[in-house]
Design a protein around this ligand. Structure first.
Ligand code: ADP
Length: 209
């Protein structure tokens, strides 16, 4: 079970489950969204190029994402296992991934589209430790402050209405075809992603045993 992909629409809760899952299984959590945001924050050439696409909710072009992902996948801690979150996001990326490594399973986070907008627009994140909250479903102990390090929480620039609409459209057109791709390879397992993070974590564990 060591080489796992989390697949699902934006807002399905992949990132929240991924941090827990990675800690429990002792594998690195490889989020292309987090890697790209770090590159944007560090103002690297790649980050500067990716920034505009991300703000609009478009996919960052494959060559950039593949570069950042393959560098990360080559680090020693990912040798025996990893959890991929947010990659692959289209069939071309999936094909490239297949040439880089084998996979044990692909977990699909199933959530009705009407629940996604609420999840995304209520999301708040800690800019320093990346902890994720939701204004009503998973609020921090003190409003607007991170439970872990006390930093002021922020809204991601792509969690605003225009970008959310674009991300959902991009998901439907480019990422959803991966369900069939992985089903055909016998790797796909679905979990009901509607519910509190603790409930979803239980279903996730059950799906992987
Ligand atoms: P979410 O799944 O909530 O949309 P992510 O943090 O996974 O959030 O991704 C944020 C943005 O980063 C995406 O909208 C896209 O612009 C970019 N991105 C992340 N992963 C990829 C990828 N595999 N291919 C292309 N762009 C990506």
């Amino acid at each position: 079970m060591a080489r796992v992909v989390f697949l699902g629409p934006p807002g399905a809760g992949k990132g929240t489950q991924a941090s827990r899952f990675a800690a429990e299984h002792g594998v690195p959590h490889l989020s292309t969204g987090d890697l790209l945001r770090a590159a944007v924050a560090a103002r690297t050439p790649l980050g500067r190029e990716a920034d505009g696409y991300m703000q609009q909710g478009q996919l960052v072009p494959d060559p950039l994402v593949l570069r950042i992902l393959s560098e990360r996948l080559a680090l020693p801690d990912a040798r025996d296992g990893f959890l991929l979150d947010g990659f692959p996001r289209n069939v071309a990326q999936a094909t490239r991934l297949e040439s880089m490594t084998r996979l044990d399973s692909v977990l699909f986070f199933d959530l009705p589209p009407e629940r996604l907008v609420d999840r995304l627009s209520g999301r708040r994140v800690c800019p320093t430790c990346q902890s994720v909250y939701h204004v009503t479903a998973a609020p921090p102990r003190i409003e607007g402050r991170c439970d872990v390090d006390g930093h002021d929480l922020v809204q991601r620039s792509d969690d605003r209405p225009d970008a959310i609409r674009m991300r959902l459209k991009v998901y439907a057109e480019q990422t959803a075809p991966l369900l069939e791709y992985y089903r055909a390879r016998g790797l796909l397992r679905s979990i009901d992603a509607d519910g509190a993070p603790g409930q979803v974590a239980v279903r996730l564990r059950a799906a992987l045993t």
